[in-house]
Design a protein around this ligand. Structure first.
Ligand SMILES: Cc1cc2nc3c(=O)[nH]c(=O)nc-3n(C[C@H](O)[C@H](O)[C@H](O)COP(=O)(O)O)c2cc1C
Length: 202
């Protein structure tokens, strides 16, 4: 079965990427997961978590942390340039970068494929496959805005992690689920964990 590539970069709120992986696996999907070099640093400074870099150890780490046995999960080193997903000949359903740092976003926008995430994003654009980017930064400077425009023009879908209030969220988990499910709506994957707008109460 074709996989969904999830990339988690060194922007704040890696819980969004983590919940994405959890929901996909719970829905019996196949996930290829890449953490950028920056993501490991953010996990340490923001959450005091040391995530193993070695792929098998990382896969076990996520299985234990997310408490999910279903689905298929394969983890990659951030600099594994010979990975299957670095080639356009390897088919995927699409790629979601969540959260996406301005560093990763800028490198993809300029075609500067330094690490596996940038290469994989580059492949999704060249193969005309879905590339969904959830940029996390505020405020945005003009360079960020121009990079976002460049990526949108090249075919990426820009889906910022912005919550909605019409669902009356009761917790941070509700807000995370709304953002994550709407991300995967953009990929045509129905993770169906949220209340959807049905019009005003009459
Ligand atoms: C705790 C922490 C939070 C950060 N949050 C953001 C953020 O929200 N957005 C962003 O663009 N960069 C953020 N950064 C900076 C990036 O991690 C840094 O630019 C890094 O080089 C990005 O690398 P990557 O794009 O390879 O993940 C943060 C850094 C730290 C340590």
């Amino acid at each position: 079965m074709n996989s969904i590539v999830i990339a988690i970069t060194g922007a704040s709120a890696m819980q969004l990427g983590e919940r994405s992986v959890q929901l996909l696996l719970e829905n019996h999907k196949t996930v290829d997961l890449i953490l950028s070099k920056g993501a490991y640093e953010v996990a340490k400074s923001e959450r005091n978590i040391n995530i193993p870099v070695e792929p098998n150890a990382q896969s076990n780490f996520w299985r234990n942390k997310l408490k999910v046995k279903t689905g298929k999960l394969k983890c990659y080193r951030w600099n594994d340039h010979s990975a299957s997903i670095a080639s356009g000949s390897h088919k995927t359903k699409g790629m979601v970068i969540v959260p996406c740092s301005m560093g990763t976003l800028g490198r993809i926008a300029s075609g500067f494929s330094l690490d596996l995430i940038e290469r994989c994003a580059d492949v999704h654009l060249k193969e005309n496959r879905p590339l969904i980017i959830s940029p996390r930064e505020s405020p945005l400077n003009l360079i960020h805005i121009e990079n976002i425009k460049r990526l949108a023009t090249a075919g990426a879908l820009i889906v910022p992690p912005i919550p909605a209030w019409y669902t009356s969220p009761k917790s941070i988990d509700d807000i995370i689920d709304f953002i994550v499910v709407r991300l995967f709506d953009s990929l045509g994957e129905d993770l169906d964990k949220i209340a959807r707008w049905t019009g005003p109460v009459k």
